[in-house]
Design a protein around this ligand. Structure first.
Ligand code: PLP
Length: 611
């Protein structure tokens, strides 16, 4: 069997999860509590027999712990399924008294960088209840701070004010005391919701001092299970239950309580009340960890730009962009190296753009390229060191991969931009045709204008190496390989491939690929291939980055390979495109792997039982 000769452990790296602002793992101490309450003390707190006593007691203690932690004297906590439910409950509570009574001259004020749950809940309940208030976004400065003057100017017309403690993408911490002052302090009129999800465990929140009416919390952001949270409600603030039922939570939230989740939350509160007995680290330690990771990131990308005020933001969050890269490329690179980070952006049409960074007025390249790297407050020094070491190793591999092929045909964005170039390394000349503006960043990185002479091709016919360029105009041109006689036609939008080209391509699963009976053509980007090699079943796997796909489609023959060929990428999208491009030009049959290199590597590893 071929696969036994492959060094799988080298290809297979343990996962490093650096996306704690999205969620955190349940820590063993918490999972033991959850297990005990699910398996042993599983009684229903509403039961009047003895089995209900312990769960009832646990809920009461959790409520007391919440009050103690947040220094609450005049309010209460309701346990629920998390922050989204808390936000909806708060909005419903404020708007329900206006149901059916249109309030056209009023506004619902919310921060432009809120989590989507806030504007969506406002929109939903405003419409369902027929309140007809206007939704009004509070603008932010470039450092993410809400415009306090704007809040001051609109508070008197606001039915509700929604702000957040800290932002999930950027870690920007809002000045809640300044907001409180802007709306009149303790004498304020407008009901105020603070989404406190990201401050829990990172920034102290004093609900005894601040005139906040509603505050939402979620356990899974601080090592608790998903689907558990709580809502703080100030005494006297309007309240309408989101769900009615058997009278649980003093009639304020129907439904049998998630006792295991509440007990987990109680333990988290207890850690925060007694930090000396907790696995959570101090802000100083976390800030030093962040600095350590940032230094490693700067080695990987010396030109990175931070999209957050530093060091003033949450000490567990780094948000950065790198000129010349969009976030998908960087995530793919980290993913291949076994590090999970996120774009911190919602996917809209075209390239994903972070609405949070857009609201902060950052340039669009930063919004398109944003990467969020976040770790939990219980991260150990060893974990941070391991992450920094892995990122440093990525930097070394990236540097080594930058010394690849230079001469020959290059078409950097084959399906988006009409641009082709032929590089002659001995003459240090790049002959090009098409729209160079749209591929400027790629050109600068690959062929720096200080070292290379750029020559634009006017209409006509040219020969470079084995290639013939036929230029009809700057928008339409053909490239022919003189050996295979295959021709590629480009217009101003690049190569036209119809969907039917893709649907005719035969796919193959990673399990079949893992049998090792195919020749692999790895069509991921250099940033990915240098982080995780594809298994080499028969000599070297052929590597072809996007800018090289057209050359591959023009030149590829199977005469020497002798095995069926499979294109492989991260998840099966790019591999189908490349196989379709090769087929469209009349090249040899290439199958597309409908999984990715990581799937194949893990299947091989499972066979060797190394993971
Ligand atoms: N608010 C913020 C700032 C968040 O980060 C999240 C989590 O993604 C939520 C609200 C929603 O929380 P939950 O998952 O508990 O509904």
């Amino acid at each position: 069997m071929l696969f036994w000769s492959i060094e799988v452990p080298y290809l297979c790296v343990p996962e490093i999860f650096l996306d704690a602002n999205a969620t955190t793992p349940v820590l063993p101490e918490i999972s033991q509590i959850v297990q005990r309450l699910c398996c042993n003390q599983f009684g229903n707190p509403s039961s009047s027999h003895l089995a209900g006593m312990m769960p009832k007691q646990i809920i009461a203690e959790a409520r007391n712990a919440a009050a103690q932690l947040f220094r609450v004297a005049d309010g209460r906590f309701i346990f629920n399924s998390g922050a989204t439910e808390g936000i909806n409950t708060a909005v419903l509570s404020v708007l329900a008294p206006y149901a059916g009574k249109a309030q056209e001259d009023t506004v619902l004020l919310y921060g432009a960088t809120e989590h989507k749950a806030v504007p969506e809940a406002l929109k939903h309940w405003n419409q369902v209840l027929g309140v007809k208030a206007k939704l009004l976004e509070i603008p932010t400065a470039t450092n993410g701070a809400l415009n306090i003057e704007f809040i001051k100017a609109h508070a008197s017309k606001a039915l509700m004010l929604c702000t957040m403690g800290a932002n999930n993408e950027t870690g920007v911490v809002q000045d809640l005391a300044a907001i409180a002052n802007a709306i009149g302090g303790k004498d304020k009129k407008v009901p105020w919701l603070v989404d406190s999800v990201q401050v829990l465990g990172k920034v102290a929140l004093n609900l005894g001092e601040l005139p906040i009416d509603y505050a939402t919390f979620s356990a899974h952001k601080l090592y608790g299970p998903k689907g558990t949270g709580c809502l703080f409600i100030r005494h006297g603030a309007p309240y309408t239950p989101l769900q009615q039922g058997g009278g649980q939570e003093h009639g304020e939230r129907g439904g049998t309580e998630n006792v295991a989740g509440i007990a987990a939350l109680a333990r988290i509160f207890d850690w925060l009340i007694h930090p000396q007995n907790s696995p959570l680290h101090s802000m100083e330690t976390l800030s030093a960890y962040r600095e350590q990771l940032l230094n490693a990131l700067k080695k990987l990308f010396p030109e990175l730009v931070l999209n957050q005020p530093y060091p003033e933001s949450l000490p567990t969050t780094i948000n950065f962009s790198v000129p010349g890269f969009h976030s998908g490329q960087i995530i793919a690179m980290f993913d291949a190296a076994g590090i999970r980070v996120s774009a911190g952006s919602a996917c809209s049409k075209g390239r994903p753009q972070s609405f949070v960074l857009k609201a902060m007025g950052l340039p669009s390249w930063q919004c398109e390229g944003a990467i969020r790297l976040s770790f939990g407050p219980a991260s150990s020094a060893e974990f941070i060191q391991m992450a920094a070491t892995r990122i440093n190793a990525m930097a070394d591999r990236k540097q080594a991969s930058e010394q690849g092929r230079v001469s020959g045909l290059w078409i950097p964005e084959p399906f988006d931009v009409g641009f082709a170039a032929y590089a002659d390394e001995t003459e240090k000349t790049l002959y090009w045709v098409g729209d160079s503006e749209k591929v400027k960043a790629w050109l600068n990185a690959r062929f720096p204008s200080n070292d290379w002479c750029y020559t634009n091709l006017a209409p006509g016919s040219y020969e470079f190496g084995s290639y013939q360029f036929n230029v009809d105009s700057a928008e339409t041109f053909r490239v022919m390989h003189q050996g295979t006689k295959r021709t590629l036609t480009l217009n101003d939008k690049g190569v036209a491939l119809s969907d039917s080209n893709h649907t005719r391509i035969e796919t193959i699963g990673p399990d079949e690929v893992a049998l090792g009976n195919h020749f692999l053509i790895d069509v991921r980007e250099p940033l990915e291939t240098c982080m995780q090699a594809a298994p080499n079943f028969s000599g070297e796997a052929l590597i072809s980055e996007r800018a090289d796909w057209c050359r591959l489609a023009l030149e590829l023959t199977n005469s020497e390979i002798g095995l069926p060929m499979v294109a492989i990428c991260r998840s099966g999208g790019r591999s189908t495109t490349v196989a379709a491009l090769i087929a469209a030009l009349g090249g040899p049959t290439v199958l597309s792997c409908d999984g990715g290199v990581t799937d194949v590597v893990h299947l091989l590893a499972a066979k060797e039982s190394v993971i």
